[in-house]
Design a protein around this ligand. Structure first.
Ligand code: MN
Length: 339
């Protein structure tokens, strides 16, 4: 079968490898139909993702159809259309036994720590599979995974009700956070440097968008909140400065959700956190959010296809990656098809 492999930094190849087989109870063979390219795939491509070693078959956002099931598989049948949860956890560590398997102490992510879904077939445990009964196209079903990231962020920030929400950055993750927050009736202000991205945020329901190249963030937030400050900030810009700004613009009793993997420290004073009793929380991957996201998608409450801007056949992977790396103003989410 064919697989998309990053063999060394800045080198992606389509290689011929052996089709995987079911070897253990609970395993399922999935024929992959479509996958989304993520920023972290590009990080692996550039050789700057510290979690991945090369060579690596990339892809952690993918969907397909069940082709064969092993012993002891429950709730999944041949022919099911499935999205794949890429989180693989031990089930025994502190995080796993406290309902937080997405930060398992020996966490592995399919497509990052181990070979991923940009290939024709994969064998995974049935517990990683989530099916839809609807006629959702695979190029949309593969976008369930990024929406689980947005669902996790909404959950970690306890975003809902009469909250005001600032999402810094209108990339794919910022936009998934937006769609879920809007489904829950939250008022949302979003920032970016690119007009094309701000336009997408508007189309997906952002109440106010701010181009921070042209407009002052603090003034905009004060206007938006009648000088109260924003109740929740999701920092999807993830640089040292954005985290500092988040602490400044948040209202008393506010929350900040951090999703970056930057090693450089930000300058944040204790007083800024204590006086307002802020909650600063990390959010990583997702903690069993596939079921919820598929339900919202099937009910039409979220529209994953709205983040998709490009589609390519897997044989065009080099072109797809080139477009993703060099055209950030045009690209939100690229989907690769495997048919
Ligand atoms: Mn991703």
């Amino acid at each position: 079968m064919k697989a998309i492999k990053v063999t060394e930094p800045y080198k992606v190849e389509i290689v011929e490898i052996e089709k995987p087989e079911i070897k253990n109870p609970g395993e399922v063979l999935v024929k992959i139909k479509a996958g989304g390219i993520c920023g972290s795939d590009l990080g692996i491509y550039k050789g700057i993702n510290s979690l991945a070693t090369l060579p690596r078959i990339i892809g952690h956002e993918f969907a397909g159809v069940v082709e064969e099931i092993g012993e002891g598989v429950e709730g999944i049948a041949v022919g099911d259309k499935v999205a794949v949860d890429p989180v693989v956890s031990c089930g025994e560590c502190y995080a796993c036994t406290h309902g937080r398997h997405n930060v398992c102490s020996t966490l592995e992510v399919i497509g990052v720590h181990r070979d991923g879904g940009f290939c024709e077939y994969i064998v995974v445990n049935y517990k990683n599979l989530h099916k839809t009964s609807k006629d959702t196209p695979f190029e949309t079903l593969c976008l369930v995974e990024p929406f689980t990231i947005g669902a996790q962020i909404n959950s970690r920030g306890q975003i809902g009700g009469d909250d005001t929400l600032l999402i810094m950055g209108c990339g794919p993750i910022g936009l998934t956070v937006l769609q879920i927050a809007k489904k829950n009736g939250v008022r949302v202000i979003m920032t970016d440097l690119l007009e094309s991205r701000l336009k997408m945020a508007k189309e997906m329901g952002a109440d106010r968008v701010v181009n921070v190249k042209e407009e002052d963030l603090y003034t905009a937030v004060n206007e938006f909140t009648n000088n109260v400050g924003i109740n929740v900030v999701v920092d999807a810009v993830c640089n040292t400065k954005s985290f500092e700004q988040a602490v400044e613009v948040t209202s008393p009793a506010g929350r900040i959700v951090v999703i970056g993997l930057l090693a450089q420290p930000s300058q944040i004073a204790q007083a800024g956190i204590t006086k307002k009793e802020l909650t600063i929380t990390g959010s990583r991957l997702s903690n069993y959010k596939f079921h919820d996201v598929i339900e919202w998608m099937d009910a039409g409450q979220i529209k994953p296809e709205m983040i998709r801007t490009h589609m390519y056949h897997y044989t065009e992977i080099a072109k797809a990656i080139d477009v993703a790396v060099n055209n950030p103003q045009d690209v939100c989410k690229i989907v690769i098809k495997f048919d």
